[in-house]
Design a protein around this ligand. Structure first.
Ligand code: DP6
Length: 415
């Protein structure tokens, strides 16, 4: 039997605390400013990808969550695959004929998220990080994760930060060829083990302006944006790295909230204006400020990307009170089981069904009473997770392709 050249990996989602918004080069995806993110655990949010190379394949093919996509239709996808192939070709040249010519063979790529697409969570970051990590494993590339982040970057900017775990900076760089525009770990997840996150999936009808299109209009039209790039972000990058190094949650939280607010302000300053947050998003932000006031310190921080979902960072000891408050004010949708609304992965509660009925801390209970309840289902689910590691190489048993190199009948590996 001929050997199979295949690799399967998983890659994480990341959520920025200093936002990337704006490109100075849209083809190489070079940003106007540096950004910083937290990598979330792959136990709750991840993309799994299998790539196989074979001289018998008729051409490159890709399946995403069960549906075949046209590889030729996406320049970014073609760029990412071509860049990884180029690195493999260089390796083959060095080996002088002693290496299997994988760079010349077509690939089949099969990719699946372990979270529902309907959740409205951006998956391009974990998706491109998984694709590039899988190609790097298949091609046995010697480059570090940081070096490979340049390849993920040409697929989607934020994807470069999903190539590493923990707390990650994407340095904007200055080189025209993008060689210094890459991601680097600022701190490992073990540095701050109490750091946790809640993803609040917010219901929304309208289709958002894509990040790619939105940020280009911002660069062209917003005066506020120029000031953000010139003075605000550089100062915040330094202050945020200090906050992480010192595990200063109050500083981390304040910068996170201010940077999210400025990103959305810059969107509103774009012409025509772009708005990603909705009434539920704004209510959650207000509730986080009220929670901080009630507990008498900055214990939670919200951040929002190009959509209405909220991500809230808080330290482990504050999570129970926060979830109680959120689940009280944003009751689960009638058609969703308690375990699906809030699965309670860390066993904070007696049972998921008990969540949202009572708030223990008197100050927070008073806040819950005063706030009252929003319509059930305004928040569709709450994903509770931790800071996570970078892409993982999985065993051949985890492959998404069958012996013919086509997608296996989809088994449910959703959590
Ligand atoms: C608001 O990485 O999705 O999430 O580079 O065009 O693919 P492209 O854009 P993308 O933009 C993400 C923007 C953001 C902020 C962030 O993640 O830093």
């Amino acid at each position: 039997m001929a050997p199979v050249y295949e690799a399967t990996v998983s890659a994480p989602v990341n959520i920025a605390v200093i936002k990337y918004w704006g490109k100075r080069d849209p083809t190489l995806i070079l940003p106007t400013n540096s950004s910083l993110s937290v990598t979330l655990s792959q136990d709750h949010l991840s993309t799994r990808t299998t790539v196989r190379a074979s001289p018998d394949f008729g051409g490159d093919r890709l399946w995403l969550n069960g549906a075949e996509e046209d590889v030729g239709a996406s320049r970014r996808l073609a760029n990412a695959i071509a860049t990884a192939r180029g690195l493999r070709a260089a390796l083959e040249d060095q080996a002088g004929g002693g290496a299997v010519p994988l760079s010349q063979w077509p690939v089949h790529v099969c990719s699946e998220n372990n979270f529902p697409t309907a959740a409205g969570l951006a998956s391009s970051a974990s998706g491109y990080a998984a694709l590039v990590s899988a190609l790097a494993a298949l091609y046995e590339l010697p480059q570090s994760a940081s070096e490979l982040s340049r390849v993920a970057r040409v697929g989607s900017g934020s994807a470069c930060r999903s190539m590493l775990g923990g707390f990650v900076a994407w340095h904007a760089g200055v080189a025209a060829d993008g060689s210094d525009s890459l991601a680097e770990q600022v701190a490992a997840r073990q540095h701050w083990p109490e750091m946790q996150a809640l993803v609040l999936v917010v219901s929304d009808q309208k289709k958002a302006v894509s990040s790619t299109a939105g940020m280009q209009t911002t660069v062209e039209t917003s005066a506020l944006f120029a000031e953000r790039v010139r003075t605000v972000v550089p100062a915040r990058m330094a202050a945020m790295q200090r906050a992480i190094a010192e595990r200063d949650f109050a500083a981390f939280a304040e910068i996170t909230m201010k940077d999210s607010n400025q990103f959305h302000a810059v969107c509103l300053d774009t012409y025509p204006p772009i708005s990603y947050m909705n009434d539920t998003s704004r209510a959650i932000a207000g509730l986080v400020h009220a929670f901080n006031a009630a507990v008498g310190r900055v214990a939670a921080a919200y951040t929002y990307d190009a959509g209405p979902n909220a991500v809230i960072y808080a330290l482990e000891p504050d999570m129970r009170a926060l979830v109680e408050l959120l689940a009280y004010c944003f009751p689960r949708p009638a058609d969703t089981a308690p375990e699906a609304f809030y699965p309670d992965p860390f066993g904070l509660f007696e049972s998921p069904a008990s969540v949202g009925h009572a708030v223990a801390l008197p100050a927070v209970a008073a806040l819950a009473e005063a706030t009252g309840r929003f319509p059930a289902g305004s928040v569709r689910r709450i994903i509770h997770t931790t800071v996570g590691d970078g892409p993982r190489v999985l065993s051949p048993a985890q492959s998404l392709l069958d012996s013919a190199g086509l997608p296996k009948a989809r088994r449910d590996h959703h959590h």
